[in-house]
Design a protein around this ligand. Structure first.
Ligand code: PEP
Length: 247
C-alpha cells in the first residue's frame, strides 16, 4: 500500500458557524479530489462541519486529552471528538508544545487515546530555528518521532506532519533539499520501527500556499500538507488540493 495523499487544514482558533460556507465552496469546486481532504476546525465547529461535509471532507480535532473522561476542565476526550463526527485529531502541534508545554510523552499518550477512540492521529514534529541553526534538526526530529509516536501506530491510524516551527505562519519555507532530507529521515525511522513504516503518510507543514504547493508535493516522501492560514479560504485551499491531486 502506498501512502495516501492528504491535504489537511488546521483552522487553529479561527472560524465561526459562518465559516462553514468555505466547506460548501470547496465541495462545489473540488467534487472529486484525487487526494484525501481533512479540515480541523476549532472544537466548537467539529460537529457542524462533519454534518456539513458528509464524509466528503474529513473533520478533525486539534488536540485531545490522554484520558477517556473525568475532571479535566476545558479538555476534550478523543471519544468525544469521534462522537461529534471527527475521524482525525492533530497532536503535538508546535503551538501546543509551546503554549501548553506538551512533551513527547504526553503527545504519545494522547495518540494512544486517539487510536483507542478510532481516530487517526496527525502527529506533528519540527525543529525551532535555533535548533536548525545549531545543526540539530535531524536529531530533534528523530527524538520527537521516537518519543511522540506510540508503539501501536500504523499507517492506517497515524499520519506524521513535519512542521519546522520557524516556517509556521511566517511565509518562510525550508529549501526543497531541507524538506527532502527530513522526510527521508522520517521514512527511514518509521520503516525501521514499524512493519508498515513505508506506508505512513508524511505531510509537510509551514507556509504552504497555492504558489509553492506543487513544488513541495514533488519532493520525495512528501505525501501531502498540513496547512494553516491557507486552509481558511476555499480560494486558497482549493488550489493546494488540486496541486496534491495532480502530484
Ligand atoms: C500550521 O499551523 O500547522 C501551519 C502549517 O500553519 P501555516 O500554514 O499558516 O504556516
Amino acid at each position: 500500500m502506498a501512502p495516501r495523499k492528504l491535504a489537511a487544514g488546521n483552522w487553529k482558533m479561527n472560524g465561526t458557524l459562518a465559516s462553514l460556507a468555505e466547506i460548501d465552496r470547496l465541495l462545489a469546486d473540488h467534487p472529486a479530489p484525487g487526494c484525501d481532504v481533512l479540515i480541523c476546525p476549532p472544537a466548537t465547529l467539529v460537529h457542524a462541519m462533519a454534518a456539513r461535509a458528509q464524509g466528503r471532507i474529513a473533520t478533525g480535532g486539534q488536540d485531545c486529552h490522554a484520558r477517556t473522561s473525568g475532571a479535566h476542565t476545558g479538555d476534550i476526550a478523543a471519544a468525544q471528538l469521534k462522537d461529534a463526527g471527527a475521524s482525525h485529531v492533530i497532536l503535538g502541534h508546535s503551538e501546543r508544545r509551546t503554549d501548553h508545554a506538551e512533551t513527547d510523552a504526553q503527545v504519545a499518550a494522547k495518540a494512544v487515546a486517539a487510536h483507542q477512540a478510532g481516530l487517526v492521529a496527525v502527529i506533528c514534529v519540527g525543529e525551532t530555528e535555533a535548533q536548525r541553526d545549531a545543526g540539530q534538526t535531524l536529531d530533534v526530529i528523530s527524538a520527537q518521532l521516537a518519543g511522540s509516536v506510540p508503539d501501536g501506530a500504523t499507517a492506517a491510524n497515524t499520519v506524521i506532519a513535519y512542521e519546522p516551527v520557524w516556517a509556521i505562519g511566517t511565509g518562510r519555507t525550508p529549501t526543497n533539499d531541507q524538506i527532502a532530507e527530513v522526510h527521508a529521515l522520517m521514512r527511514d525511522r518509521l520503516a525501521a520501527r514499524f512493519a508498515d513504516g513505508a506506508d505512513f503518510a508524511l505531510l509537510y507543514g509551514g507556509s504552504v500556499k497555492p504558489g509553492n504547493a506543487a513544488e513541495i508535493f514533488a519532493i520525495p516522501h512528501v505525501n501531502g500538507a498540513l496547512v494553516g492560514g491557507a486552509s481558511l479560504k476555499a480560494e486558497d485551499f482549493g488550489p493546494i488540493i488540486a496541486a496534491l491531486s495532480a502530484a
